[in-house]
Design a protein around this ligand. Structure first.
Ligand code: SF4
Length: 216
């Protein structure tokens, strides 16, 4: 089980990332950040989300949409994430009931995946970022930290794209998400975790990190 309070205290300060997402005024912007955050830093992800949401308010045919998407940062246009953005925008434009209404209604990641055609881990991030439900998406860097600490079984009996965090508000969940991403990049590297200098070291099992042959 995830020790959320201890984790919250020991993770790096990610207040700025959380604030930037919280300040986005609309669900479509927060959902777009959730889509692109695996390949962009938070300020760039927020800027891309604002620009894209603004563009989507104009009538756009396929050619215009292609031109717009092609003009986004190269780290995004060269990544498979761009196809996810395109699929999401198509769903957002055509969804019935409206996507905004669905996201305001505590939709589950499973239901969002079924309606939008997006993959479950992506939907878990959208649900977190739009405030539809309290959870921790298990992106590979976050799953790696959880497995090494014994908070997730490995191998998993079935794929688990998120951990429910009932009772926590979105801001706390976002802190956990950004904080674990940050610690994963700085210390919990795929091949060799730098536990000696990591703030999460006191939360390790007595026997040390569980090594799941995880280079996830
Ligand atoms: S203490 Fe080690 S296993 Fe835990 S997050 Fe830090 S680097 Fe990873």
């Amino acid at each position: 089980m995830l020790p959320t309070h201890e984790l919250f205290e020991k993770l790096p300060d990610v207040e700025q990332d959380v604030r930037q997402v919280e300040e986005l005024p609309s669900p479509i912007e927060r959902a777009l950040v959730a889509l692109v955050i695996p390949v962009l830093d938070t300020p760039t992800a927020c800027a891309v989300a604002k620009r894209t949401a603004k563009a989507m308010r104009r009538p756009m045919n396929r050619a215009k949409l292609d031109a717009f998407l092609g003009d986004l940062p190269r780290r995004l246009t060269r990544s498979p994430v761009l196809a996810t953005v395109r699929r999401f925008l198509g769903w957002w434009a055509d969804s019935e009931p409206p996507a905004e209404e669905l996201l305001a209604s505590r939709i589950s990641p499973e239901e969002l995946a079924a309606r939008s055609g997006l993959k479950a881990p992506v939907c878990a991030r959208v649900v977190l970022f739009t405030g539809s439900g309290p959870l921790l998406p298990l992106d590979p860097p976050i799953a790696r930290v959880c497995i090494r600490h014994g908070w997730l079984d490995w191998p998993m009996s079935e794929p688990q794209p998120w951990i429910p965090l009932e009772g926590l508000d979105r801001k706390v969940c976002l802190h956990l998400y950004f904080g674990m991403r940050s610690i994963s990049r700085s210390h919990c590297k795929a091949r060799s975790p730098l536990c000696d200098t990591c703030t999460l070291r006191p939360l390790l099992p007595e026997t040390g990190p569980c090594e799941p042959e995880v280079a996830m």
